[in-house]
Design a protein around this ligand. Structure first.
Ligand SMILES: Cc1cc2nc3c(=O)[nH]c(=O)nc-3n(C[C@H](O)[C@H](O)[C@H](O)COP(=O)(O)OP(=O)(O)OC[C@H]3O[C@@H](n4cnc5c(N)ncnc54)[C@H](O)[C@@H]3O)c2cc1C
Length: 354
């Protein structure tokens, strides 16, 4: 065992992790005058198992350029075991992106800023005022931000466990001439309170599902997923099944001079598994809190309220299998109603200029 090499390096803020949360946080801090260091363990940004679905909310906080967007989706097909409902909104409501391209673009926003970015820099240990990298280099901080995802080392350093997780599993299936329709499959027998998705990408479909491993253990989820793929005649041969946890165990963002953002803070939705928006908002809001200690993070409060509503719905769905099936079918019936369809179409119509 080599001894820890001492280093004179010192930063005001060290951000551990270069996912959507860490990169958004670094960008928001980039003109603060503070010395910022972002450490990413991988050689590239955004190499994350994900369906890559962004909503209009994501684009408002992170105006992703068109060249990064693979599909602008306005067609949805919602399926239950008994019904199918398709809706065409007047304007896109979901945008699919390749996560590596998104990561590279978010990183490019830092290129001409004073933020120091280091890849292949895994943080292995944390002490009260410095982090230690895998090459035993020590770097000092005033503020430390854990943006290092669901298995966060910063969260572990704070002694905060992760007790609420989903397991997401997914195939990326190459397809030629695909139809850019978003498919959501509510099938309680297969996925309990969760669902399966088909997200169209440039030349592929992201087909996946998720569930709470305490309610549907990963081996059963995988088995059910394969049964469901076979029934739907979706050919996944030759493609690799990818699995990754999603944390929704939120305990706060600020712990003295240490902050947690994104999934390190457990900010994903326990019902839908989405987490990019929550990561972007928490990254931006924590940066603003550091710049101005009197800043009130209202957007963060809204996200936390949204997550809390989703977790209540999840609790209701898990409470009764019969109620869940009934609500799924009711939702599909409502979606087949022309008035509801009209409402959805107008809700997503392009904003009229005054
Ligand atoms: C199958 C699946 C599908 C999903 N689909 C969607 C979707 O369509 N839409 C959506 O909104 N969300 C989706 N999510 C959730 C979304 O991917 C995450 O919530 C989001 O990536 C979290 O962003 P983050 O920046 O907090 O963490 P991450 O994206 O996990 O980034 C963390 C970064 O930290 C780095 N890191 C980790 N440890 C260290 C360390 N010790 N030192 C240095 N660097 C470190 C990692 O390499 C990584 O780059 C999905 C998740 C799964 C599993």
């Amino acid at each position: 065992m080599g001894s820890e090499r001492s280093s004179t390096e010192q930063f005001d803020v060290i951000i551990v992790g270069g996912g959507p949360a860490g990169l958004k946080c670094a960008h928001t801090l980039s003109d603060s005058g503070l010395r910022i260091l972002l450490l990413e363990k991988e050689p590239v940004f955004g190499d994350k198992i994900c369906a890559g679905g962004l909503t209009a909310n994501d684009l408002r906080i992170l105006p992703v350029p068109d060249e990064i967007i693979e599909h602008k989706i306005s067609n949805t097909a919602l399926h239950s075991p008994k019904r199918r409902s398709s809706t065409q909104a007047q304007a896109p409501f979901l945008y699919t992106v390749n996560r590596k391209k998104l990561g590279a673009w978010q990183k490019s926003l830092l290129d001409n800023t004073p933020v120091v970015v280091r890849t292949k820099s895994r943080v292995l240990k944390i002490n009260n005022n410095h982090v230690i990298l895998k090459d035993e280099c020590k770097i000092g901080y005033k503020y430390l931000i854990g943006a290092d995802g669901q298995a966060s080392i910063v969260r572990k350093h704070l002694g905060i466990p992760v007790n609420k997780k989903l397991i997401g599993i997914q195939y990326t299936i190459p397809v030629k001439d695909l139809d850019p329709t978003l498919e959501i499959h509510l099938d309680s027998r297969m996925f309990k309170s969760w669902y399966a998705w088909v997200f169209p990408h440039e030349n592929s479909l992201a087909v996946g599902c998720c569930s709470n491993p305490k309610i549907l253990p990963p081996a059963r989820l995988k088995n059910n997923f394969h049964q469901w793929l076979d029934v739907k005649n979706i050919n996944y041969s030759g493609t690799k099944l990818e699995t990754y946890p999603i944390s929704y165990d939120y305990r706060g963002v600020r712990f003295g001079n240490i902050y947690l953002i994104g999934e390190a803070a457990g900010m994903a939705s326990g019902l839908t598994g989405e987490g990019i928006y929550q990561s972007l908002v928490s990254g931006q809001e924590v940066a603003r809190m550091i710049i101005d200690p009197g800043y009130m993070p209202e957007k963060l409060d809204i996200v936390l309220r949204y997550n809390s509503i989703q977790h209540k719905i999840m609790g209701l769905f898990n409470w009764s299998h019969t109620l869940r099936n009934f609500l799924h079918e009711l939702l599909l019936m409502a979606m087949n109603n022309n008035r509801v369809k009209g409402f959805i179409r107008s809700a997503f119509s392009p904003v009229k200029k005054k």
